[in-house]
Design a protein. Structure first.
Lengths: 264, 405, 405, 264
């Protein structure tokens, strides 16, 4: 589902833009989804907060902590999502313990029932992903795998093959919110040699410039910590929507400027 | 392209876990527990480490170098002490394996010397470590100094405050101590932070994990590095006891490394293996299966699957999980896991001090407390032989005891 | 009736001190030093003790019991550690005898286990001890607990304040700690107070003196009980060194027990023996012959013969005298005595920590400091082999170091 | 000298009374000597303060400490003594280090020159006393030895034989100022079996009653801590003189009451 959608968008010559929000960060957090969608997101990543987010930097750690202190639960967040209609695909991002706790099959069914058809589990490498991949497939959820700058060519091929929805290319050896690194470009390029699935660069993409650099080698970007920093500072859904719209515009302009794929 | 990814070995062949406490193979599984649940960024480092450890562990030169370090630097073998007076009082035959006598004051040094030597062999120049009570941090700083490596230790702000002396020891040994301000600011978070930091420097740094936890190969590697405790005790018991092996083998459990090392020496005997958890950190008694810090095991969590903080008077037992092999030993019935509360710990520590002249760590006192309880309740048959691993000395805990008394 | 009293042996026959560091006989003299300068009230107790010790020391059963206690309880033999990195830096071959690894954290336990076992054999029910830094007090409390004796430890009020952790350790071990409020309220006065108290309870109490000082037989007895350090090191050096024995044997000196025990193992070799005094307590360097606490030796005193207070950053070296046998070894030239000031000590401690991963006691760091100085000044020929006894671990000193840094 | 004097006094049926003062305890400390003499002391013991008085209890420790803090030295004290004339024999009491420091021969000569003809060194047992005994004899100073309740019969005989001036019988296993103990009576009685030298009981004799008990078996008493406690509290030479006079009177009355030696 996710993948079909993203492939279609890509085929329209569009650079893919996937903004992130931590579920339950504020009472009105659902409004960020609406705002992102309106601003031209191609999909939206929703963080289901976990107590020990080992691949997240300080910003998303803080966002997760705040949401948990508000008392949010996976069940409650999914209910909230289920109650609204968002026009772009939704992807859940969470840590594996929350999956194990609910049970993989139920967890995936819950997601699908809430209208979430993608799933990213950063502490679940391909080697451990078999049972969840099966459950996700059964529930109609795309389990997206991550690739890192240190991943071997052999593993990259396997990841590219097994990932669903898109391939999540971690730009840098670091956590979310790290400095955007050129290494990501090489990784995305390598991945695009291996698969025609969309390849999205993530980690450290913060500014329109970063995004433009990223899409020189990737099909799109995931933007998380940069947005969440502004949310933590009090940025409203409208303000964040405007930021995403700005990114959208930069990407679209760029795509328009160099429609022939002759990016430097 | 297959539609569903199959579990695949990270490197080499998978050797299934045949005997009890044997090699978990490349999947790093102990039954359904263990594994390698880390971000893809860390997979190559874990695989490289597994390969390096397999290679080193099979290399007689590495083993000889490590054995020599353990002997000339850490003071191994540690003594096996018959606890004469307490035995008399309890009507059992109590033997203490004295890891409190090891250099730096606990069994942690065994693991750390092995990992530091391995890191050196791998060409790493820096050790990273998490620490709670500070014992593993001090051991890491020690091994780093000895082998000329840098050391960076992550420690929760709360722990830094309550373990000021160990922080200072680490600094004197030349280590950098990084305060962890996230989450509960204790061991759990310093482990997460160490993992996060490792991602940024996998090339030059080895993550020197402090217990039988974390992603494969750590639980297995740390157990192997700690088995010197059990192997020594096995030989010493054979010399000390007419029966050759003790009836009970008891150790406290934080992550589970001193217990795993001890149990490993007795896995193939008839000894009943008993792991003693702190009530406030009893993953087996009160946890459910979960995944944290790279491994699948029992884990304290709330009804929503959020990991809860452990609370024990013994900082070294303040961890919400338990090493995966212990989960497996429990499921298969090879070992039992019991629980001791804070209130039993101080009297047990005091009783050992007053009968045997040994001030053990609060962690170790959990094992003693269970033995006292079990002997006094008649659970231990009269004159059973009971081996307890005293995982560390109590000096670090005097401030805590002073406050408590 | 004779007109002038002649010196008379307290008991038995006088065996003259023939070889270096041999039995001083019943006069307890090492050359002109030593003796038994105590009130008449204590003479019978000292005589009884001498007799009991001679008897026990010649009794293979006693020796076997003590050896076993030292092995199974105190963790002997302690390691001999080649200090690889510091050796390299200094251009010498440095070996460390690791008394820091002994139970309770210093060599003091060797002496105390022997005396406690002897006290038990003599039918005593209580141990008295003086303590400065608290190490000897902790060791005494430990041995008392182990053997089911009571322990009363005298400690100056000033020391009680600066060594709060050791005070608490003693209490946890069941000892009574009596604050000494007289004089300078430090080690010198707690020794006086322990002697005063001993007078009142000689029948049931054994005075467990902590160093090679006091009235005969203490200096000799404590040296014999500590010679396990030197004897072990001798054997270990023979295995470690192609030359068999080191060129230099170095130890710090408070009262002088770790040095005496170490030197005893090498007295009959060609090794140069070096005792390192703290500048502020350097009885050999700055003292004159005098009598205090029952023995004649070098003693820090003012121009009127009043004993002056010693001042060292290392509480265990804060004693104005030196064991009488050391005075004799110095006069005969068999050993040299050198001095190290506070300012050299902390850098030496830190350097050892950062090169070898060993946090030694401030006392022991004096010996290291001298070796560093002598190596760097060229006084030690290149690649000399140097054995240093690390008398204790530094945990007790962390608070002092924190203040100093 | 001392001995001749004490024997003479004893032969007059008198119980011997030897009060003590710590030299230099106050600027006017010499006045205590005069007062003691006037009050009927048979000899006076002068403490030459030492930094580490291991046979002294808290009172004399404190007195020694105070005197030392005033800056007194053996040399200065002896000069002060030399400058006055006291009608009863004077006995120095000090610790062995002060003797060693000066050298035994010089030390004894200094004493004699100051008019002090007795010496007590509580940390110098008979076994170690040879050289000092020789030096003392040469200087005309009586070196008095101590005997204790635990001293064996054999040693008692040697001590009684070697002691000069009198024999100093330590009444109790304790330090100066301890509780007066009955054990002292047995010791004194034993000593009187062994020697006809005067035997004086000391340690813990505080009240006239104690003194009377003591002289049931001894030839007299040394009174130290009990007097020094009052000096520390501010007692003047006159007041202390009166105390000594009171003791004197009690002893004399007692001697007068039972002239036949039939004490119970
Ligand atoms: C003395 C001591 N014992 C036990 C533990 C618990 O660790 P483990 O269960 O890995 O042996 C610790 C951890 O810090 C410790 O310091
Ligand atoms: C660690 C240590 N070293 C040395 C000494 C000095 O004593 P000695 O000279 O008797 O060995 C002490 C005394 O407390 C001590 O604690």
């Amino acid at each position: 589902m996710i993948e079909t959608h993203l492939r279609r968008r890509r085929s329209e010559g569009r650079s893919l833009l996937v903004p992130y929000v931590t579920g339950g960060i504020r009472a009105d957090w659902i409004d960020y989804l609406t705002a992102y969608a309106r601003a031209g997101a191609d999909a939206i990543e929703i963080g289901l907060p976990f107590s020990d987010p080992i691949l997240d930097g300080p910003v998303i750690q803080e966002a997760s902590g705040r949401a948990l202190r508000r008392g949010v639960t996976v069940r409650g967040l999914l209910d909230e999502v289920a109650a609204v209609r968002i026009d772009v695909p939704l992807i859940a991002m969470t840590y594996y313990n929350l999956v194990v706790h609910r049970g993989a099959a139920d967890f995936c069914r819950d997601l699908a029932a809430a209208g979430i058809h993608g799933l990213i589990v950063p502490d679940l490498p391909i080697d451990e992903s078999a049972s969840l991949a099966e459950a996700a497939a059964a529930a109609g959820v795309d389990l997206t795998l991550l690739a890192a700058p240190t991943t071997s060519a052999e593993r990259l091929a396997e990841i590219a093959a097994a990932s669903r929805g898109f391939v999540y290319a971690v730009s840098t050896m670091g956590t979310t919110g790290a400095q955007f690194a050129a290494s990501g470009g090489r990784l995305a390029a390598d991945l695009r040699q291996l698969t025609d699935r969309p390849v999205l660069l993530a980690f450290g993409v913060a500014t329109p410039d970063d995004a433009l650099t990223a899409v020189q080698s990737a099909d799109g970007v995931v933007i998380g910590a940069a947005l969440m920093r502004r949310v933590l500072e009090g940025g409203t859904p409208d303000e964040l929507g405007a930021t995403v719209a700005g990114l959208r515009k930069a990407l679209d302009l760029d795509a328009g400027r160099l429609p022939d794929g002759a990016r430097p | 392209m297959t539609e569903v990814a199959l579990p695949r070995p990270a490197t080499g062949v998978t050797r299934p876990a045949a005997g009890v406490m044997s090699d978990p193979g490349s999947s790093g599984r102990f039954g359904e527990y263990g594994g390698r649940y880390v971000p893809e960024s860390l997979i190559p480092a874990c695989a490289e480490l597994e390969e390096a450890f397999r290679d080193a562990w099979a290399d007689p030169r590495f083993r000889r170098d490590l054995d020599r370090l353990l002997a000339v630097h850490a003071g191994r073998p540690t003594a096996l002490t018959p606890a004469w007076r307490l035995s008399e009082e309890l009507g059992i035959n109590l033997l203490l394996k004295r890891e409190d006598l090891a250099h730096t004051g606990s069994h942690k040094i065994n693991n750390v010397l092995g990992q530091a030597l391995l890191a050196k062999r791998m060409g790493k120049t820096r050790l990273l470590a998490e620490t709670g009570a500070g014992q593993h941090g001090v051991a890491t700083a020690t091994a780093a100094a000895l082998l000329g490596l840098d050391a960076t230790v992550f420690m929760g702000e709360v722990d830094i405050e309550r373990q000021a002396l160990n922080v200072f020891r680490m600094k004197m040994l030349g280590a950098e101590v990084i305060p962890v301000t996230s989450g509960t600011r204790t061991l759990k978070d310093s482990t997460s932070e160490a993992l996060r930091h490792w991602v940024t420097c996998v090339d030059e740094a080895h993550y020197c994990l402090g217990s039988v936890m974390g992603p494969h190969p750590y639980p297995w590697m740390v157990r192997e590095l700690q088995r010197v405790v059990g192997d020594e005790a096995r030989r010493q018991c054979a010399a000390e006891l007419s029966t050759g092996t003790p009836d009970y083998v008891v150790a406290c459990i934080g992550g589970g490394s001193n217990a795993a090392g001890t149990f490993a020496g007795f896995a193939d005997t008839g000894a009943q293996l008993v792991g003693v958890e702190a009530e406030g950190g009893a993953a087996v008694a009160f946890g459910q299966v979960g995944v944290l810090h790279g491994f699948r095991s029992y884990l304290l969590q709330d009804e929503n699957g959020q990991v809860t903080e452990a609370h024990s008077i013994a900082a070294g037992l303040d961890y919400p999980g338990i090493g995966p092999e212990h989960a497996h030993l429990r499921d298969t019935g090879r070992a039992r896991y019991v629980t001791v509360g804070d209130a039993e710990v101080i009297p047990a520590l005091q009783r050992l001090a007053r009968t045997e002249g040994i001030l053990c760590a609060l962690e170790s006192a959990h094992a003693i407390a269970w033995v006292i309880r079990a002997a006094e309740s008649g659970e231990l048959p009269p004159w059973s032989t009971v081996l307890v691993t005293l995982s560390g000395r109590g000096d670090k805990d005097m401030a805590t005891l002073m406050e408590a008394s």
